[in-house]
Unconditional design. Sequence first.
Length: 661
Amino acid sequence: MTGRELLENDSEIEYSSKVDKQGDTSDVVLAMEIDGELSDLATAITHDATIKFVNGSSVEGRSILRHSTAHVMAQAVRDIWPGAKYAIGPATEDGFYYDFELPGGAHFTDADLGRIEKRMREIIKEDQSFAREEYDLAEGAGLFSDQQYKLEIIQAVGENESVVATGDESAVVNGRNPVVSVYRNMGVHSDFIDLCRGPHVPSTGYLGNFKLLRVAGSYWRGDENRQQLQRIYGTAFESPDALDDYLKRLEEAEKRDHRRLGTELDLFHFPSEIGGGLPVFHPKGALIRTILEDFSRQVHLSSGYLPVWTPHVTKSTLYAKSGHLEWYSDSMYPPMEMEGAEYRMKPMNCPMHILVYSSRSRSYRELPMRLFELGTVYRFERSGVLHGLARVRGLTQDDAHIFCTPDQLPGELESLVGFVLEVLTTFGFDDFEAELSTRPEKFVGDISDWDLATDALASALSAAEIPYRVAEGEGAFYAPKIDIHLTDAIGRRWQVSTLQVDLQMPARFGLSYVGDDNEKHRPYMVHRALFGSVERFMALLIEHYAGAFPLWLSPVQVLVVPVSESHHDYSEEVLLRLKEAGLRSDIYLADEPLGARIRKGKLEKVPYILVVGGEDVDSRTVGVNRRGSSQPQRGVPLEDFVAEAVSVASERGGSEQDRPE
RNA sequence: GCCUGGGUAGCUCAGUGGUAGAGCAGCGCACUUGUAAUGCGCAGGCCGUGGGUUCAAUCCCCACCCCAGGCUCCA
């Protein structure tokens, strides 16, 4: 009996066949798990197994829908470009893609997406079944004799590479004799066969809520030395509503794009005269930046960090000693010759902080020593990876290096994780997740040091009670590390803070401290950045707040708008009082109708707009129009407003969103 | 670096082988406004840069630069 027959016969499971009129497969069974393994519904159940059905709205179901849609896309491309070679086409977190090589070196253009979609809809309408077949390697190779990428995959199966783990492209290794599985779609005009591990939906009629999104380049096996392929990205969902929601989220993300808001709110730009990845901050952007940096300095100084300051250029020999030159010179700016020595722009702060530490002998009494700097570094990022403020060539890290004794390490890490969370929580983030990266295959240092450091990191995470996952072997070659991720207002994850226990640098620089035994000992060294880079953190905040910064970060906190010219004197008085109270305030004198001036203030996302008119002059009040509220409050005593605003600002609260237009 | 798309006024964008367009922003004048767009006018352009084709190029061709989306990378 197959899963499908089981479904049809089981009176306890409602079997909705295929898709309803709306094309909704949320509650439709697409596949099943046999003893935990995803399989086609047509799979024969040959033993007493645990069966779980998978419907369209589950994570697995969506993934299967997307994978099958990718498959249909490949079929459509093959139909339109006979001779097209197809490589891999997995489902991804938000959709799917498929990589192709078109005959005669042809390339997709955006206009082709519509043609491909149209052909895909025809294939879906034909309701072609996905029929699974299995072959041994030689037979499989015969089926794909003109498909070099499929042949490579089949060969990899033969060589027992762990193909299954590399993606969804692939094939299966069944016991001793490797077998490849293929899926065949019989169409009205043509049939299509693809090497694929599966499972798939039973037939193309189960699909339909999809959209092709963009064309991109990609390399075969992700290797830039190999063939460049053409990738098409798309997404698919179980229902029109779910697809629509996703597309709306994309739109929302576009509206929040910090590059767009950076221009709209006049925060920064990237002059081509200066060069890619090198921003200039305009007054309002620089003000936000200054507030962030002041906040960072203040919390560090009050948490026992010592400020240091180091230069932006240095002799290359410093980075030869630290090892960076050997490992990372590709990411460093090229050298400059000066007076016979070779200099480089600073790519990392740590060697310089080490020089501060090693400037004289250190006692255990001085430890832990926490050296902090808003340190600007320059890294040569390839032009293709630059992305607004989130990826630049000159950035400022809120960087610190902690030198401590082995005994102090666990305690330092624990309080450090607490400190990180405290700082990030200030910005309204509350959904954190950490990743603990452990010793990679290639590493330096003693395994016992690695174990001690890794255990200390793990227990710091446990103490902080934040969820984390362990990334085995993902650590840097010189350090195990914790990365902290947060979720922003529209549910996107950002990696921000990093904590690393460096197991190489103290030895390279011969660091020591004198212990209470009067002997020299080697200190542990921890690298850590909370924001990561100030620039990138600003990008995150702009998108998180959609440009509507909380009061304490807003470049303009209060905008005073007189109703008419006769209220100018009182408005100026109000402005003066606001400034005296430390509120960043501006005034919008009348030369336009009141509504227009209020609208402009709203578009600039000013937290408070104070409208003052005749009534206010007499009673020393203001009309308070709060961002995010369409209900202005009339007749508020000026001093009451000042007290409220000063209090909200000092508590770093207030991050209401704008009313959407 | 590679693939795809793009670069026209400060911003968002339309457009054509024959003197360059809109909305918003800016400036001026009028309007004096109680909570999301007052009216009229003016100004604003090496149509990314360089070369080529052409009687004529912002438009077609070539090269380069920059931006975006990916691939790759991210100490």
